[in-house]
Design a protein around this ligand. Structure first.
Ligand code: 13P
Length: 335
C-alpha cells in the first residue's frame, strides 16, 4: 500500500467502490443490536463485524475502505486474525473514527459541537501504528427554520479543519464529515432549506480547511445529500440528485480527492438510487461514491439477528447492498 496521502485518498474513492462505515460507537451499536434483540457484548460486536469483513467477494469487489471504532481497530476475529489484516487482505484500507461525539454547544440550545481535539495528535500516532490510514470526524448540524446558527456552523467547521490537518501531519487521510441531519427534530424541512444550509455549511468548511492549510488532494468529503427532512419526504430521485450536485459544484473545490456520502436515515434503496442518479449525470469534477453505515448494514443486521446459523444469510444481504451501491458509484444501478 502506498503511503502518500493523495494515493490513499484515491484508493478510498477508486472507481466502482465505496466505503463501509462500521464505526458505530459502543452506544450506537447497542441501538442497532436492541432492534434485533441481541446483547451488546464484546463477543457479539466481534461476531457481527467479522461476518461483514469476511464477506470476501463483496469486500474485494465493492469496498475500498472500512471505518472502524477504536475497539474494532484493535480487535481480532474469532480465530485470532486481527481485523485490520482481514480488511487489508481484501484490498481495502482500514480507517478509524477519531471524534469523541457531538456534545451540546454551550449557550446554543438544540445545537452541538463535536469534541475530541485534545490529545488527538498522540491518538493518531497510535492509530497509525495499529494500521489505520484514514480517519473520520463527524460534525452534526441541526436544521430547522431557525437553525443552524452561524456560530454552530463555524464551531463545527473549525474543529473539522483542525482535525483534518492533524491527520495529514500524521500520514492519515481525513474524511471530513459535516452532516446536516435529515432525521433529527423537527425533521420537516424542505429540500430547498436543506440546499441552503448545506451550501452555507460547506462554504464555511472549505474556508476553514483553506485557512488551516489542508491539502485537498489528500482528503475525502463525506456530506449529506440535499434532501428533505424525514417527516417531509416528497422530493424525487432526480430532484435530490440535481440539487445535491448543484450545491457540491458551488462549494467543493475540484482538487478534493473525492466525495463519499453518508446515508443518514435514507432507505437502502433510496441511498442507492440517489447516488446512481448523480453519477449518471456525468461531468463531475470528483469521484462520487458511498460511505454508508445503515444503508449498507441494515439488511445484513436483520438477516443475522445474532445467530451463528444466519451468518451466510447476513453475508448475502451485505453483499447485495455492497454490489448495488458499487453499481451506483458508476451510475449503472437500476431498480
Ligand atoms: P449512515 O450512513 O448510517 O448515516 O452512517 C454513516 C456515518 O458514518 C455517519 O457518521
Amino acid at each position: 500500500m502506498s503511503e502518500r496521502l493523495e494515493d490513499i485518498a484515491q484508493q478510498m474513492v477508486a472507481p466502482g467502490k465505496g466505503i463501509l462505515a462500521a464505526d458505530e460507537s459502543t452506544g450506537t451499536i447497542k441501538k442497532r443490536f436492541d432492534s434485533i434483540g441481541v446483547d451488546n457484548t464484546e463477543d457479539n460486536r466481534r461476531d457481527y463485524r467479522e461476518m461483514l469483513f469476511r464477506t470476501d467477494d463483496a469486500m474485494r469487489e465493492s469496498i475500498s475502505g472500512v471505518i472502524l471504532f477504536e475497539e474494532t481497530l484493535h480487535q481480532k476475529a474469532a480465530d485470532g486474525t486481527p481485523f485490520v489484516d482481514l480488511i487489508r487482505a481484501a484490498g481495502a484500507v482500514p480507517g478509524i473514527k477519531v471524534d469523541k461525539g457531538a456534545k451540546p454547544l454551550a449557550g446554543y440550545a438544540g445545537e452541538t459541537v463535536t469534541e475530541g481535539l485534545d490529545g488527538l495528535r498522540e491518538r493518531l500516532d497510535t492509530y497509525y501504528d495499529a494500521g489505520a490510514r484514514f480517519a473520520k470526524w463527524r460534525g452534526v448540524i441541526a436544521i430547522s427554520g431557525a437553525l443552524p446558527t452561524a456560530y454552530a456552523i463555524h464551531a463545527n467547521a473549525h474543529a473539522l479543519a483542525r482535525y483534518a490537518v492533524l491527520c495529514q501531519e500524521q500520514g492519515i487521510v481525513p474524511i471530513v464529515e459535516p452532516e446536516i441531519v435529515m432525521d433529527g427534530a423537527p425533521g420537516d424541512h424542505s429540500i430547498d432549506r436543506c440546499a441552503q444550509v448545506t451550501e452555507a455549511v460547506l462554504t464555511e468548511v472549505f474556508s476553514e480547511l483553506h485557512q488551516a492549510r489542508c491539502m485537498l488532494e489528500g482528503m475525502v468529503l463525506k456530506p449529506n445529500m440535499v434532501i428533505d427532512g424525514q417527516k417531509a419526504r416528497t422530493a424525487s430521485v432526480e430532484e435530490v440528485a440535481e440539487k445535491t450536485v448543484a450545491v457540491l459544484k458551488k462549494t467543493v473545490p475540484d482538487a478534493v480527492a473525492g466525495i463519499a456520502f453518508l446515508s443518514g436515515g435514507q432507505s437502502d434503496e433510496e441511498a442507492t438510487a440517489h447516488l446512481s442518479a448523480m453519477n449518471a449525470m456525468g461531468g463531475l469534477p470528483w469521484p462520487l461514491t458511498f460511505s454508508y453505515g445503515r444503508a449498507l448494514q441494515a439488511a445484513a443486521l436483520k438477516a443475522w439477528s445474532g445467530k451463528a446459523e444466519n451468518v451466510a444469510a447476513g453475508q448475502r444481504a451485505f453483499a447485495h447492498r455492497a454490489k448495488m451501491n458499487a453499481l451506483a458509484a458508476t451510475g449503472q444501478w437500476s431498480a
